[in-house]
Design a protein around this ligand. Sequence first.
Ligand code: CUA
Length: 134
Amino acid sequence: MSIRIVIDAVAVAGTALLLGTSLWATAQQDPATASAPRVIEVVAKRFTFEPAKIEITEGERIRLMVSSADGVHGIEIKKFKVNKAVPRGGEPVAIDFVASAPGTYEILCSEYCGDGHEAMTGSLVVIAKSKGKD
Ligand code: CUA
C-alpha cells in the first residue's frame, strides 16, 4: 500500500515536470506572450558587426546591446528608426525596437570610424511569423 503511494507521487511529479517544461518552451517560442524583450549582444569593431547577420521573428521585442571593441561606431537600422552612437570603451548601448515587419534590412555604421566605415554593414533578417513557427 505504501509503495503504491510512492509510485503515484513519482508519477505525479514527473507529469508536473513535463508540463512545466512544455509551458516554458511555449513561452520561449511565442514572442507575443514574452514579458521581456529578447536581448541580442552585438559587437561593433573596425569594420564589422558581430554577428553580421541577426535573425529575429516578426513581432518580437528586441533589445540590442551594442558595444564597441575599439573606437567609436554607430548602429543604424532605418526601417526601425534605430540610430545610436556606440562609444569607445566597450560600454554597451541598449536599443529597443519591435520587429514590426518581415524582410531583410541593412545595418549600417552611422559614425565615421575610418577607411572601412562605408563597408561596415550587417543585416537584420525578420522572418515572417508563419514561417518562424516551424
Ligand atoms: Cu564603424 Cu563607421
